[in-house]
Design a protein around this ligand. Structure first.
Ligand code: FE2
Length: 451
């Protein structure tokens, strides 16, 4: 008998069905300005299916509808892609970009809800989370799409990339707020290194290649492995048509950063990039959890520490520093500050090695250096904290943090609406969800005004 895969147990145990529940119980006062949907995505294989890798599990979206101070519904739906019914990604004609788990993220773009997985086309959903089908920007997108697109708050444009283990390794795309693909540029100098996230600043696009690269010998279904010889690099590309030709790649220390919190240009023209990163051991312990192999960490994230890379184009140098000693992942910010200097960053701390005992929401204040913690107690796992700005806010942290907390003690889950400015205060509101919601990857708050 083999032990259950870690991604099928505890907080990660999939749910077996799709449900809809209306008229949810709310404790506290739901701000009326929170009128929209919190939609989150996770890997939730169908009953009886054991994926070979956590990330190969079929995507399921969970939505919570808030309107005028009420929690109108909760519903969960698999993203109904060909892969959910067993269609293979690799066919005799090459990759099938529609054979997606669609289980990584969900965003809104040009009025559409899109469920994302980085090896595939996006999948469009209705406002009630039913699957419409693969979305290719009216035929303009013939490549995969990252699960971490970025909206430039200054222009409303959506930046995203396509990464492939085969040439062209990297393509950068820009879509207008109405969903028209404006630019598609192959990025010179990229390699087959694994690329999950990136960043956009006022003048640049920032790509990241870590020490993890394509390796066909890896048979878990995600063909990537750590290689010491794979140079880790940051690519700084001028924005705009033709910018790709002027990209500069800067070598950095060995490591892998799954997610970036933000990047911006400072007053001296340096590009500052921040996000949690792992070394070789942290990567391997994390990977072993993702595939259910021995010598894995107790949590899906092991040893990821907040890092800052300061790239100076004038000198061609990069300064690297670890900015905190907690194991953190899922960095988020007030996305109105995306691409410019942010003061606050939020993240989740995991109780592994230098984690702090239980899952904890962390708030970093870059101006004072302060670190605030909000623990959730034994057996309670918060999801990535999504920041929603308050109406008319002038302070960067004036707003709400939305997190879905799963509780293994009771087998229930709640949506917490927290005051981002007062992290330790009691929740502004708690929405009782009708079921335990499995631990989730990424998601978005989508106000009604966007749909
Ligand atoms: Fe991600």
């Amino acid at each position: 008998m083999t032990a259950a895969k870690p991604y099928l147990t505890g907080h990660y145990t999939p749910v077996a069905d799709e449900i809809t529940a209306t008229g949810l119980t709310v404790e506290g006062r739901l701000p009326t300005e929170l009128t929209g949907r919190l939609i989150r995505n996770s890997h939730n294989p169908k009953p009886g299916v054991t994926p070979t890798h956590w990330f190969k599990g079929s995507g399921m979206v969970h939505g919570i509808r808030l309107r005028d101070g009420r929690a109108e519904w909760y519903r969960n739906r698999w993203v109904h892609t060909p892969a959910l019914d067993g269609a293979p990604y690799l066919t005799e004609h090459g990759p099938d970009l529609t054979a997606s788990t669609a289980g990584t993220h969900v965003i809104e773009h040009a009025g559409r809800l899109l469920a994302l997985c980085e090896a595939n086309l996006p999948f469009e959903l209705t406002a009630d989370l039913e699957t419409v089908g693969a979305y290719d920007f009216g035929g303009k997108l013939t490549s995969a799409m990252t699960a971490h697109p970025k909206v430039d708050p200054a222009t409303g444009e959506l930046h995203f990339f396509a990464s492939s283990p085969f040439p062209p390794y990297l393509i950068h795309h820009v879509s207008s707020p109405d969903g028209t693909v404006l630019e598609s540029q192959e990025v010179p100098g990229a390699s087959a290194a694994l690329k999950h996230d990136f960043a956009v600043t006022a003048h640049h696009v920032v790509f990241l290649e870590g020490s993890v690269t394509f390796d066909p010998a890896e048979h878990s279904g995600i063909p990537y492995r750590w290689h010491d010889a794979q140079a880790a690099r940051i690519g700084i590309m001028p924005r705009g048509a033709g910018g790709a030709a002027d990209i500069r790649w800067y070598e950095i220390g060995q490591g892998y950063a799954m997610h970036l919190a933000n990047a911006y240009e400072d007053a001296r023209g340096r590009v500052v990039v921040e996000g949690p990163a792992v070394g070789r051991e942290g990567w391997q312990r994390s990977w072993n959890w993702w595939v259910g192999a021995p010598e894995r960490g107790a949590e899906p994230n092991s040893g990821s520490r907040a890092r800052r890379w300061t790239v100076d184009p004038a000198t061609g140098t990069v300064r690297e520093e670890q900015t905190d000693d907690l194991t953190v992942e899922f960095p988020t910010i007030n996305e109105e500050y995306l691409g410019r200097e942010h003061r606050y960053q939020y993240a989740l701390s995991f109780p592994d090695d230098l984690g702090i005992g239980n899952h904890t929401l962390v708030k970093y204040d870059r101006a004072t250096g302060a670190r605030r913690l909000r623990p959730f107690g034994t057996g309670r796992l918060p999801s990535e904290a999504v920041f929603v700005p308050a109406e008319g806010a002038t302070e960067e942290d004036a707003g709400y943090l939305l997190t879905v907390v799963g509780d293994l003690n009771t087998g229930t889950s709640d949506l917490l609406v927290l005051d981002a400015a007062e992290l330790s205060a009691p929740p502004i509101a708690t929405v009782r969800l009708p079921r335990r919601v499995p631990a989730m990857i990424h998601g978005s708050w989508i106000p009604d005004s966007a749909l």
